[in-house]
Design a protein around this ligand. Sequence first.
Ligand code: NAP
Length: 271
Amino acid sequence: MARLNDKVALITGAARGIGAAIAEAFVREGARVWVTDLDAAGSQALAERLGPQARAARLDVREEAQWQAVLADVLARDGGLQVLVNNAGISGLEGGAVHNPEQAELLEWRAVHATNLDGVFLGCKHGIRAMRASGGVGSIINISSRSGLVGIPAAAAYASSKAAVRNHSKTVALYCAEQGLKIRCNSIHPGAILTPMWEPMLGEGAQREANLAAFTADTPLRRFGRPEEVAAVALMLASDEAAYMTGSELHIDGGLLAGTAVRPQSGPQEK
Ligand code: NAP
């Protein structure tokens, strides 16, 4: 039996990258999937590729009225919502902006938080309401980052917003439990996952190969993760297999957060 049979799922930022891989995995496991994104054409193209179980909608996660309209449509057409993946996110570095704590512009700091944090707040707020209206059972999955657990000097707003997503996920989990709802909320913390988000930083040809190696030099598994690998974790959290998991955080980072290997300059193992 498919793992998400009879579930209706909405995924934000799903036209490409990690969100698209999650949409594909959920469809494969039997869910009705709403592919939403700022990029309406991209959402539509993916929904068509995924077939009759998928629907597309434009949803800018920063806009409360859009959340209300899209979720009203979900309830009207599919009768409920059981899974919400708050995946849409931006690094803020796309246009080459400087994001260190000393030089970041307030407007740019706010823009990153508007998508990454306000978007998750609005998704949880209206997702809880939609799930409550359709039986009070569901799974909210917030895509944070390993950057939500450590400082990132060159991406201060990104790291701050992702840390807040981690914390808000726990607040939502406790609130839903307090309310007697069977709505779980957990966060996923990916390390470097090879998606279009990285492309501007990679370059081409030999430079690209060198950058791929450089960006993963500190990762114990020495490679980028794949979007399907994050989708596998989201699938588990969306399914009833994770019925006892709420307020949890799952790292999928090739071992990056496990610690630092301390190696002496010289020692028995190097002789
Ligand atoms: P991506 O390839 O850049 O895809 C993100 C998607 O979100 C894009 O389709 C983008 O649309 C959309 N989006 C941006 N702003 C939006 C908004 N306001 N409302 C709705 N959709 C919006 O990114 P990704 O790498 O798949 O990342 C997905 C999530 O994983 C993000 O939250 C990211 O922070 C997190 N993450 C990624 C990595 C990684 O290494 N890739 C690591 C840790 C965490 P447009 O293209 O039209 O802007």
